[in-house]
Design a protein around this ligand. Structure first.
Ligand SMILES: C[S@@+](CC[C@H](N)C(=O)[O-])C[C@H]1O[C@@H](n2cnc3c(N)ncnc32)[C@H](O)[C@@H]1O
Length: 199
């Protein structure tokens, strides 16, 4: 492969810093511990800046429901997929599907599904306005789940791009593979934002 071909095939524009125009706190939030805390202030800004419809949101990695409840303020329906068993990076490794379902019962637009993301993406072919990937923070899982999410949504966001280099690397590779635009918001452990380019 010549140098020009190599550069063309591997070129990725620098990640653009995401600059929120407005910080707005959603009306409904859970008062629980979460590394996601703080990001709730920019979700509506992301929806507005990228002109997203507010119908359907899917989340991979719900844990106790902090981010799922944030999304429920803005989307008619939120589907939350999680094994509810934790992973190598989470403190909690006890099964908690029933407990979390009870906690989120007062948010009728959230549907929780106890499933590995691998099983879910093998059978779901629907389209979402926003997808959120916050599962185990390894390269392979983030890339596989993120690729499906990028192909089935208008905008995919990834938590922990600052605190987990493997997540950041997967997100950069996804931008290269899909040709989507990539932004990064560095606060609150980092949020990568992949947006499909308008045709
Ligand atoms: C960092 S936590 C999610 C935090 C959550 N978004 C919040 O708002 O606090 C990661 C979650 O991903 C889930 N998870 C890890 N690997 C998974 C997989 N392969 N499929 C589905 N869920 C997975 C874990 O069970 C855990 O609950």
């Amino acid at each position: 492969m010549g140098l020009r071909t190599y550069i063309r095939e591997n070129f990725i524009e620098d990640i653009k810093p995401y600059k929120p125009r407005h910080f707005r706190k959603p009306g409904q939030m859970l008062d629980i511990v979460s590394a996601w805390k703080g990001l709730e202030q920019i979700v509506e800004d992301i929806i507005d800046q990228f002109g997203l419809e507010r119908d359907r949101c899917i989340e991979f990695g719900v844990e106790f429901g902090y981010s799922a409840v944030v999304f429920s303020n803005y989307f008619k329906s939120v589907t939350g997929v999680d094994t509810f068993e934790g992973d190598i990076h989470t403190v909690n490794k006890n099964e908690h599907f029933e407990e979390t379902s009870r906690r989120l019962a007062s948010y009728p637009n959230i549907q929780l599904v106890k499933s590995d993301y691998k099983d879910w993406i093998a059978r779901d072919d629907q389209h979402y306005n926003l997808a959120h990937v916050d599962i185990v923070h390894n390269y392979a899982e983030t890339f596989e789940c993120g690729l499906w999410a990028a192909q089935h949504s208008d905008c995919t966001i990834f938590h922990d791009t600052e605190s987990f280099p493997e997540v950041r690397r997967a997100v950069k590779d996804l931008a290269k593979k899909t040709g989507h635009k990539l932004y990064n918001y560095p606060e609150h452990h980092g949020l990568g934002i992949l947006v499909a380019r308008k045709k």
